[in-house]
Design a protein around this ligand. Sequence first.
Ligand SMILES: Nc1ncnc2c1ncn2[C@@H]1O[C@H](COP(=O)(O)OP(=O)(O)OP(=O)(O)O)[C@@H](O)[C@H]1O
Length: 299
Amino acid sequence: MNISIQNLNKVYGNNYQALTDVNLNIEPGMFGLLGPNGAGKSTLMKILVTLLSPSTGEIMVNGMPLSKNRKEVRSMIGYLPQDFRFFAKLKTYEFLDYAASLAGITSRKERRNEVEKLLEQVGLYEVRNRYANKLSGGMKRRLGIAQAIVGDPKMVIVDEPTTGLDPEERIRFRNILTDLSQRDVIIILSTHIVGDISSTCTQMALLNEGKIGFKGSPNQFLEMSRGKVWRTHVNFDLMEEFKQKYPVITTIPDAKGYEVELIAPNSDDFEGLSIEPNLEHAYVYFMEYVAGQEKIMQP
Ligand SMILES: Nc1ncnc2c1ncn2[C@@H]1O[C@H](COP(=O)(O)OP(=O)(O)OP(=O)(O)O)[C@@H](O)[C@H]1O
């Protein structure tokens, strides 16, 4: 299984260029697409699932051009859209049974087995008789992933699935995806939440203003900010000036001022202790110091 996105551009009808020269190679495992709101993530996801056509460029799926094999590729895809909603009044298991029919499982018995397996997998077995629209936000999202993976698709595309979920549900959702990534499938997770891009993502890319700014592993992304994350002490009267000058990540007040963590290319202007970077630091470093430069950061 392989997806190769080649020189992809998307210009909407109003002449807005949402994607510019996107090139990505995606292999089995979990691929994290990180980017701020409006970066073009949903546009790219919709092109991948054939709901939108690119203006120029091509996507090859296992060497087949998507533009000429839409039906075949569509049958390999499970999709959880950003605005996943239920139609009609269906109970949780009825909804999944319907999704299983759409996925082409014609035998009743097979569908029942598949639905029961999925209900267990996403932790909704206990609420299988509850109407889908009466589930909690997190449960609805889990039902969303269940309908995306019915029939074992080779590609699972989930668009901002954890937005609005509490931390417990977010972890739960991430674990479902991690379990799924143990099989020979490509999972593409689009998100603006840095915490969703964990070490479980084998590869990631950062999309900003329609352009790929970084591609590589989460660890390589993190390493870009090594030596640029500092801890220092700032007196009360200098704090405003500091905030203007540097992206400040955390501030802890004390008797004389603040203990701060900030991102800066060097510590020439303050007495700083270099600290271990995390993905959030790397994201802020990228957005503040690298974004906007034309070149793609690649390890
Ligand atoms: N149908 C459309 N016509 C014109 N512009 C559009 C259309 N759909 C999206 N856009 C614009 O394209 C840009 C990228 O939108 P997109 O929804 O792909 O971003 P995103 O990264 O998914 O952001 P978000 O997380 O906010 O959904 C935005 O500026 C958006 O306003």
